[in-house]
Design a protein around this ligand. Structure first.
Ligand SMILES: [Zn+2]
Length: 501
């Protein structure tokens, strides 16, 4: 078995994509989770590109001790010195320098002759070598470079001190067969360096190309969580890792990734960036382990391997998110309810099952969240802890928003004042004071369900406390009132969950 190093570039190539930018604190949080996942290298940023990137790389270098921390730098002394400044406190720093080697990039982007590019690359690696011997060199747009020139430059940088040579398919152009040939060719012409690959997904081939390269001798892959990255994204870390694990005999390669951290890492990234994973995304999508067909469900319950090539627990999913539908029977229903951590008496279960059947007639797929909704609806009706009564608020350009909120807690009325960044924040602070709740707002979404300025606003909130999550939803022509009611509903559901489990 050969070991393949996992080089995660979620915080660099991934973060570069529109809609995925993260603050320094968020990057640190993500880096700590990547350490738990046990990646070999974290590319923490491109230090010269901005103050924020520099600080993130510097902070991560100080705080994250396990994996190597890489910082990106163009092949220039200024870039490399800046990268080193950010990396120097890491126990395992890596300078990652790059220059484009394809005719089209050299001619139009760099406006340099191949000989000049060669000289610059060698000079950069020699300069980086003054700081560390852990140097990676990338030949940008390698898949569109002249193979002989590529070999010349790779041998040059290896001689100058690069330990890892990365072959990026920068524009996502190559195919598995072609890439495999290129890697075999490079392998036969260089020595004393690890071959790395970096694939983009423009043709949906990033994971396939990375895996083809591994079969041909690449021993490091650059990838990102959820496959985020420039344009169509980078190769998805979870796909490569699970392909190697599931088809171990075919690849004869392993990674040191703790696969049970894959799902939690994917979720953390989504919650930080606010970008959900597409439901049918391999490995970490909501539907990746969902089975709707009745025959499949029955099979899975009898023996998991009938329709599953991986176990949900392997990626850290608590249990199989079997989608229930109107064809699902009582057995599947009860199994699912129990798996969610609920225990009910037979009459309670009968009531819930009848409700479930009615819901299944209207809604094709019933997910865990729907079941939890059913359960909380059923019990929350009779046993409501909090009841919204009224909210008044004032705000504007020149005043601190203030709200007075009245709610009933256990049938007794309370009134409280709250301040905040805005009316909704002020209302929430007042409610939190009264309920003495220390919950976190995970998600807040507002949409209008009719047209015009008097439209009804629909507010959905998701809150979290001690690892338990609950959602609330409300509709009102005043969005602040809708927000308050949705929040109170979420609190009730959270309370219900705490009491039921
Ligand atoms: Zn890239």
């Amino acid at each position: 078995m050969h070991k393949v190093s996992i080089f995660d570039t979620t915080l660099r190539d991934g973060e570069q994509a529109p809609g995925f930018s993260m603050g320094v604190d968020e990057k640190i949080k993500m880096a700590i989770q990547l350490e738990k996942l046990n990646v070999d290298v974290i590319e923490a940023g491109f230090p010269i590109s901005s103050e924020g990137d520099f600080n993130a790389v510097a902070e991560i270098s100080r705080k994250v001790k396990g994996p190597e921390i890489a910082g990106l730098a163009r092949a220039s002394e200024k870039d490399i010195a800046r990268a080193w400044e950010a990396l120097k406190n890491s126990p395992h720093p890596r300078i990652h320098t790059f220059i484009a080697t394809s005719p089209i990039h050299m001619k139009y982007k760099l406006k340099m002759e191949p000989d000049e590019v060669y000289e610059r690359a060698i000079k950069a690696v020699k300069f980086a070598r003054k700081f560390t011997d852990n140097i990676e060199f990338s030949a940008e747009d390698a898949t569109r470079s002249e193979p002989e020139f590529l070999i010349r430059i790779l041998n040059g940088v290896i001689k100058a001190g690069a330990r890892i040579v990365n072959i990026p398919d920068t524009v996502g152009y190559t195919t598995p067969e072609e890439f495999s040939k290129l890697i075999l060719f490079i392998k036969s012409r260089i020595k004393d360096a690890v071959i790395s690959v970096h694939c983009h997904n423009d043709l949906g081939l990033a994971s396939a190309n990375s895996l083809a390269a591994i079969k041909s001798g690449a021993r490091q892959v650059e990838c990102t969580i959820n496959g985020i990255g420039e344009r169509a994204g980078n190769a998805a870390l979870e796909e490569i890792v699970m392909a190697l694990k599931t088809r171990k005999r075919s690849f004869q390669c392993t990674t040191e990734i703790d696969t049970t951290q894959l799902y939690p890492t994917s979720r953390l990234l989504s919650s930080i960036t606010g970008v959900e994973v597409q439901p049918n995304k391999a490995i970490v999508g909501k539907n990746a382990f969902a089975h709707e067909a009745g025959i499949h469900q029955d099979g899975i319950l009898k023996k998991q391997s009938t329709y599953e090539i991986m176990k949900p627990a392997d990626i850290g999913l608590p249990s199989n998110s079997l989608v229930l539908g109107k064809h699902s029977g009582r057995h599947a229903f009860r199994t699912r309810i129990n798996a969610l951590g609920y225990e009910f008496t037979r009459p309670q279960l009968n009531t819930l099952f009848a409700k479930f059947k009615r819901l299944a007639d209207k809604k094709k797929e019933i997910y865990d969240a729907d079941l939890e909704e059913l359960i909380t609806e059923e019990f929350y009706r009779v046993n409501q802890m909090y009841h919204f009564e009224s909210a008044n608020f004032a705000g504007g350009s020149d005043m601190i928003p203030v709200a007075t909120v009245q709610i009933k807690i256990n049938k007794k009325s309370y009134k409280e004042v709250g301040y905040g960044d805005g009316a909704v924040d002020a209302v929430y602070n007042a409610i939190k004071k009264m309920t003495k709740k220390n919950c976190r707002l995970v998600h807040f979404h507002i949409s209008s369900i009719t047209k015009g300025s008097d439209a009804q606003g629909k507010v959905t909130v998701q809150i979290e406390e001690d690892g338990k999550e609950a959602t609330g939803q409300s509709t009102h022509t005043d969005i602040v009132i809708a927000s308050a009611r949705a929040f109170v509903q979420a609190l009730n559901r959270l309370d219900m969950k705490n009491r039921l489990r």
